[in-house]
Design a protein around this ligand. Structure first.
Ligand SMILES: Cc1cc2nc3c(=O)[nH]c(=O)nc-3n(C[C@H](O)[C@H](O)[C@H](O)COP(=O)(O)O)c2cc1C
Length: 171
């Protein structure tokens, strides 16, 4: 698959675990990903936020701070030690969020200001409430914090990958 040599087709789908307290991957994730790693096997990590405005679910991991990057290292290491491949699924939830998840209680940022209707969770009990999002203007987009945060997150991810990869990145 591209630059990666897979030895089989059993792939771990991204599965949000909601156990990365304060958005920092925890030591128990080392065991979790280690148990699912195999030689030449592909793992896609749980959705990982690219900025503090990217959050919409509790305790999801991030990759926009140095602390988070360092917390990912032992996870990446253990997967590599087993010969596995770990892809970070980066995410920004946009308007699938509410004031409680946002820095300084600000409005979630999105491509639209249309409010999402509340959604019943997969357990059929919990209801997710969303806050009115703030639509980015066209003029705002190039210099928007979200974009710079996204790029920052990407750079951290790339830096992490480069550090751990034996081959240079294609892009
Ligand atoms: C608890 C749970 C967490 C999930 N978290 C993510 C996630 O973080 N990112 C993602 O892209 N998909 C996520 N999914 C979707 C799974 O990856 C998806 O269910 C899996 O690929 C199997 O596909 P299917 O449900 O269409 O059969 C999640 C699914 C479940 C049940």
């Amino acid at each position: 698959m591209g630059k990666f040599q897979l030895s089989h087709r059993v792939v771990l789908a991204p599965l949000g675990r909601l156990r990365s307290f304060k958005n920092v991957p925890q030591p128990h994730a080392v065991l979790y990903y280690s148990q699912r790693a195999s030689d030449g096997g592909l793992l896609i990590a749980e959705a990982t936020g690219v900025s503090d405005s990217a959050q919409g679910y509790p305790n999801t991991p991030g990759i926009w701070t140095e602390e988070q990057v360092q917390a990912w290292r032992p996870i990446v290491d253990v997967v590599h030690q087993k010969g596995g491949i770990l892809i970070c699924q980066i995410v920004h939830v946009g308007r699938v969020s509410n004031y409680g998840f946002q820095p300084r209680g600000q409005a979630p940022i999105s491509s639209t200001d249309k409010l999402l209707v509340p959604q019943v969770g997969s357990n059929g009990i919990d209801v997710a409430d969303f806050s009115p999002p703030r639509r980015l203007t066209t003029e705002e987009i190039p210099m928007m914090l979200m974009i710079s945060e996204l790029l920052q997150g990407m750079q951290l991810k790339l830096a992490l990958t480069e550090l751990r990869s034996t081959e240079p990145m294609d892009t």
